[in-house]
Design a protein. Structure first.
Length: 210
């Protein structure tokens, strides 16, 4: 029998090859897809999230764990739809116009993926219009805006305005984050949620889509 507990532990250590081996073994044995995903992969990523939030591990460890998770998830993807595994929600994510920083954005995307979200990662230097177009195209539940510079964070306000103008403001929640961003800034621009770190962002996204 494929050992999903071991799979979770290998994932936490970033051992992608071992994770792939166990996931493949579980598939060969006809194990339930949802069980492999939740107990083998997402459980490990959840532990990584908690450790990261508590400063027990740092960005490099999160990145290699996420890489191991993606390696296992890639094997499951072709079977997910038939197994009735639906994403918890859809999030469009990007770093705002004028800002090329992506580590924080990438961490949020990985943590949300680890919680079972479908992620549409737009990349960096994203205009308000691009966020809105992607949110409409992918029928997104959440738009996540990241910024590391005080000079670019005002673009987040433009995203809120653009969502209102496009008539999707009541349908899509807007989350903001990044080093200079605060709760009061979030309130000022009329965004829905501010979170201080990637783990909190993923947890908040779950409550939005619950």
């Amino acid at each position: 029998m494929a050992d999903l507990q071991a799979c979770s532990e290998f994932l936490q250590k970033g051992k992608a090859n071992e994770v792939k081996e166990i996931v493949q073994q579980a598939l060969d044995e006809g194990m339930n897809i949802k069980e492999i995903l939740e107990e083998g992969l997402m459980s490990g990523m959840n532990i990584i999230g908690v450790k990261f939030k508590n400063n027990e591990i740092f960005i490099p460890e999160v990145l290699i764990a996420a890489r191991a998770m993606n390696a296992g998830a890639a094997l499951l993807k072709p079977f997910m739809k038939d197994a009735g595994v639906e994403p918890k929600g859809t999030a469009v994510i990007g770093t705002v116009k004028g800002d090329l920083h992506d580590i924080g954005k990438n961490l949020v995307a990985m943590m949300m993926e680890g919680k079972g979200f479908k992620i549409v990662d737009l990349g960096t230097d994203i205009t308000a219009q691009k966020y809105i177009e992607a949110a409409i195209e992918h029928d997104a539940d959440i738009i996540c805006c990241s910024a590391l510079l005080t000079t670019t964070m005002n673009e987040m306000g433009n995203v809120v305005k653009a969502a209102t103008e496009a008539g999707i403001r009541d349908k899509v929640k807007i989350m903001v984050g990044g080093a200079p961003v605060t709760q009061s800034f979030c309130d000022t621009i009329g965004a829905d949620y501010y979170t201080p770190d990637a783990t909190s962002a993923a947890e908040t996204a779950l409550t939005i889509c619950a």
